[in-house]
Ligand binder design. Structure first.
Ligand SMILES: [Fe+2]
Length: 193
């Protein structure tokens, strides 16, 4: 029986992370795996593609039982945008559908942020975040009339991690835990997924 794309990705990423690779290796070899997963948009079940009229949605697709990584479908309605936030673990953002804009924010001595160069991400593109170099950003749907969907992979169970949103003026952090919108996860053994 053929194996679904999501299961293949999870297996290959698990094997890679088993070797305790450097972040550089994760952002080269792991990034290639994610690029392969998002190269063909035919596997994400409809349940995990639905926008909410008010809020961007975070659907858990898989979380490693040892908390080494998690995979989340982010679904953005038109005009939806995150606050300024961090992750505290490495992350890869693979664009599946539509177009998103990711803007890095660099904290400045004395408070506030320097706004970096935005990445406008078409389908197939993978952007990254890293607590070592560029952990703080804002992500938004770059399309005014369409849903955009990206597949995020993080070096921990992102929906359970205590992290921060930041005041745009003075940079003051406020703790939050993002959670997940879904109560059920995909059947990895369905070859269509
Ligand atoms: Fe983020």
């Amino acid at each position: 029986m053929p194996e679904g794309k999501l299961l293949t990705f999870i297996k290959e990423l698990s094997v890679l992370l088993e070797q305790k690779p450097s972040e550089e290796i994760i952002f080269t070899k792991g990034k290639k795996l994610l690029e392969t997963l998002i190269a063909i948009d035919d596997w994400l079940p409809t349940e995990f593609t639905k926008p909410h009229p008010q809020y961007y949605q975070q659907y858990l697709l898989y979380a490693d039982p040892l908390d080494r990584f998690s995979i989340v479908s982010f679904v953005w309605g038109p005009g939806q945008k995150t606050p300024i936030h961090n992750h505290t673990v490495w992350g890869m953002i693979g664009q599946l559908r539509g177009e998103e804009k990711g803007t890095p924010y660099y904290p400045q001595a004395g408070g506030g942020f320097k706004i970096g160069k935005a990445c406008v991400c078409p389908p197939g593109h993978v952007d990254t975040v890293s607590p070592n170099t560029h952990d703080i950003h804002v992500v938004e749907n770059n399309l005014a009339d369409q849903t955009s969907i990206s597949i995020h992979v993080y070096g921990g169970n992102i929906g359970r991690i205590h992290r921060s949103v930041f005041d745009p003026i003075n940079g003051t952090p406020k703790s939050f835990v993002s959670g997940y919108a879904n109560t059920l996860v995909p059947n990895l053994w369905n070859p269509a997924q």
